[in-house]
Design a protein around this ligand. Structure first.
Ligand code: NAD
Length: 733
């Protein structure tokens, strides 16, 4: 394996080129690190070498560390994983510190060889941490390039010196959006932020870096933190200004993460504690905190779900082996809230869109949604007037079904009504070609039932979007009983085109996402009726990492929708319907006219501008708080078990065929506590035996809805984990 090569030019500049064979972007492996180390040693020892430029053989620099390795680092760290991890991280620090010191005399700080980084494009994670250890960072003026440290997004933090170097280079305040939010910048913005030192035309990148290397003096290559009298920009923690930064950052991190993301807290601790000691000590502190995060099961679960499995699903892990089904012309029927959003994302992806509604006015309104979105984009400099014209030019808003001729995919988003949908299906099939795939965006109606209206149930499928379409990253694809492979492939290729993440599930009531989220909402409402303090319910949810408490979520989705779903479910289930206690509260709210956010009145109170205030006090008058309140963990377990047991049942019943989809879908679809890696990862973290025991206790205290699913019981008895038994696409139950 040769990821790095070195060539010494006539002027004595050693150019180390990173070019991982067979990959479109460089990623760092442990072997790669060893190669870089050896080449740096060689260049530093060679008297003919005056300086070094580290660059890439690709049009990008690097995408980061191979996260597959990070996810498994703990398992491969030996009998004493903490020590194994810490030693591994310190070894990495040693290599980068060697680059930074570049052979200079430790006492005089003289005699080192200048080392520059030349970044042709994107440089992320370790792809920026290496440059940060060099003496000058040159970036090509490539507006598409993204430069930054996004580690926090997958549950870790920059642990190869990036945290310590960036906070010392910029100061804690300026570094905080880059470290704590993983903010990425293009080269010009990265220069303005002080992350890179020079932005030069792409064709001058290497020559500019070489020239700097050949002319750099001893003082140019001494890092400020290695010079006498270094002071952290903006002040260290005990400086009055620095003090304010750290107090604010700590409050912000805890406010945003509710304390459930170990990486954010560890990052802040590494910066704070590191700022109090000399640089080499600070690296050790960073390594300790990094080890601490890697040892936390949350980090490997997050990496697995949010990176490895998400990417596998996007790349078609569960796509049937059918030839390319790229969509060219899509028909969207129904230009309401969902149809308008679907039109926007499809046209933005370059597809021709025919947008149909019952009246021209409604169709035009649907198209205007795209226009308004693009206008906002222009105002924010995210798009251009030319691009807007181009996207709008792809949309034909009309009432004429004949315009659908030539469509290879139809997405129906009309009213949630079987007969309206059947009528639309027949009208569409009268004009489209025999190969056209028909998808419905229904959220509650069985696909197999709707497929009865189609001449070709094999080509009929569910493509379920979440609202707002342009923001929500998950798309749930639902196979009806007769749906064929080509329809699934078409839906997956379409989702790839619009750059969202797909899961593919089978057709049972509420499919997967709604099936799990409804019990969460119901459990919250049930507790209101029992006299549990609403504030306790809402805060318990947020403190365990749910983005919205169940009552706020009900307000957002509206009470009347809840009532509608409850009535339809009861009608379908008859005597087996388990949610009368929930309905009592829900129907009463509806009778009171408290329909949720859209009515500016729900479980919460809202001001005249519709801004959410505190919980509505009328709720306490109707359902007074019980004298005895449950503890926080009990409330949290009720809220989480309500969801995860439904996910397990979905797996048992074959609605889910792949637990990776269950985990990724839960986080992207309804924000299931991302720190956990998703429902199956959470159950694995706590272990099946404890989960089963908890089910028994909750069942005894609160009822049969918490009954331990047979699959979980069996796994508890056998000491199995979900990822051990079903991981990486192994066939489900
Ligand atoms: P909406 O009421 O905003 O829009 C429906 C649109 O369909 C309206 O513009 C209406 O004029 C049009 N329409 C109705 N009958 C038609 C017909 N016969 N021919 C052509 N157009 C017709 O509804 P929505 O919220 O966009 O939901 C649409 C579908 O998407 C429903 O099946 C709903 O269950 C599903 N869905 C909604 C959400 C959500 O959050 N709102 C999420 C996922 C799925």
């Amino acid at each position: 394996m040769t990821d790095f090569t070195m060539a010494i030019d006539a002027d004595g500049v050693a150019v180390i080129t990173w070019d991982v064979q067979g990959k479109s972007m460089n990623v760092m492996s442990l072997e790669g690190f060893a190669e870089l180390d050896a080449l740096v040693d060689q260049a530093l020892a060679d008297d003919a070498v005056k300086g070094i430029v580290i660059t890439s053989g690709k049009d990008t620099f690097a995408g980061g560390m191979d996260l597959n390795i990070i996810a498994k680092m703990k398992d491969s760290a030996g009998d004493n994983p903490a020590k194994g991890l810490f030693d591994g991280v310190m070894n990495m620090h040693g290599i980068l510190r060697k680059i930074e010191r570049a052979g200079m005399d430790p006492k005089t700080n003289k005699g080192g060889k200048p080392i520059a980084a030349a970044l042709p494009g994107t440089a992320l994670g370790i792809g920026l941490e290496i440059p940060l250890s060099t003496h000058r960072i040159f970036a090509a003026d490539n507006p598409k390039a993204k430069i930054g440290l996004p580690e926090i997004m997958v549950g870790i933090f920059p642990g190869a010196g990036g945290t310590t170097r960036l906070s010392r280079k910029l100061g804690a305040m300026a570094a905080s959006p880059l470290l704590l939010e993983g903010k990425l910048n293009d080269p010009k913005k990265a220069k303005a932020a002080g992350v890179v030192d020079e932005v030069v035309p792409a064709d001058e990148l290497l020559s500019a870096a070489k020239e700097w290397v050949l002319n750099a003096k001893d003082a140019d290559i001494l890092k400020p933190w290695d010079a006498k009298g270094y002071k952290m920009p903006g002040g260290a923690p005990y400086h009055p200004a620095g003090f304010m930064t750290f107090v604010g950052a700590s409050a912000m991190v805890n406010g945003k993460t509710q304390g459930v993301y170990p990486a954010a807290k560890a990052l802040l601790s590494a910066v704070y504690e590191g700022a109090l000691v000399p640089f080499d000590q600070a690296l050790k502190i960073e390594a300790r905190w990094f080890t601490n995060v890697l040892l936390n099961p949350s980090s490997s679960a997050m990496i697995r779900s949010l990176f490895i499995n998400k990417e596998a699903l996007e790349k078609g892990a569960n796509r049937p082996a059918v030839d390319d089904q790229t969509v060219k012309k899509v028909g969207v029927i129904g230009a309401g809230m969902m149809g308008a959003g679907i039109t926007l994302v499809s046209a933005q992806a370059g597809m021709e869109v025919v947008l149909i509604d019952a009246s021209q006015e409604a169709a035009d309104r649907g198209k205007a949604y795209t226009e308004a979105h693009l206008d906002k984009g222009i105002a924010r400099k995210k798009t251009t007037p030319e691009k807007k014209d181009q996207v709008l030019g792809l949309i034909n808003a009309t009432t004429d079904y004949n315009a659908l001729a030539g469509c290879d995919l139809i997405i129906e988003a009309v009213f949630e009504d079987v007969s309206v949908k059947a009528d639309v299906t027949a009208k569409v099939e009268a004009v489209v070609g025999p190969d056209c795939i028909f998808a419905t965006n229904t959220s509650t109606l069985p696909i197999s039932q709707l497929a009865k209206a189609s001449k070709n149930a094999e080509q009929f499928i569910g493509i379920h979007f979440f609202s707002p379409v342009e923001k929500m990253m998950l798309v749930e694809i639902i196979k009806g009983k007769e749906t064929g492979d080509r329809a699934v492939a078409k839906a997956l290729d379409y989702v790839r085109q619009i750059r969202k993440t797909p899961i593919v599930v089978n057709d049972e009531r509420f499919f997967y996402a709604n099936r799990c989220i409804i019990p969460y909402i119901n459990e919250g409402i049930r507790m209101v009726r029992e006299g549990v303090e609403p504030a306790l319910i809402e805060n318990a949810a947020k403190l365990v990492g749910m983005p919205l408490g169940p009552l706020q979520l009900t307000d957002e989705t509206s009470i009347d929708l809840g009532v509608k779903i409850a009535k339809a479910t009861k009608a379908a289930m008859g005597d087996a319907y388990p949610n009368d206690a929930v309905d009592e509260v829900l129907f009463w709210m509806a009778d009171e006219g408290r329909m949720g956010r859209k009515a500016a009145a729900g479980f919460y109170a809202y001001d005249e501008k519709g801004k959410r205030q505190g919980l509505w006090d009328g709720l306490a008058a109707k359902y007074p708080a019980a004298d005895e309140q449950p503890d926080l963990t009990t409330v949290q377990h009720r809220l989480l078990f309500a969801q995860v047991l439904e996910a397990v049942r979905a797996l048992e019943e074959g609605v889910l065929e792949d637990i990776r989809e269950g985990d990724v879908g839960a986080i992207l679809g309804w924000g299931f506590a991302p720190w956990s890696g998703g429902p199956f990862s959470w159950l694995d973290i706590m272990g099946a035996p404890y989960a089963a025991e908890r089910c028994d206790q909750l069942t005894q205290a609160y009822g049969d809805r918490f009954a331990c699913p047979p699959l979980l019981r069996e796994m508890a008895d056998k000491g199995q984990s979900f990822y051990g038994r079903f991981g990486a696409g192994k066939a489900a139950a």
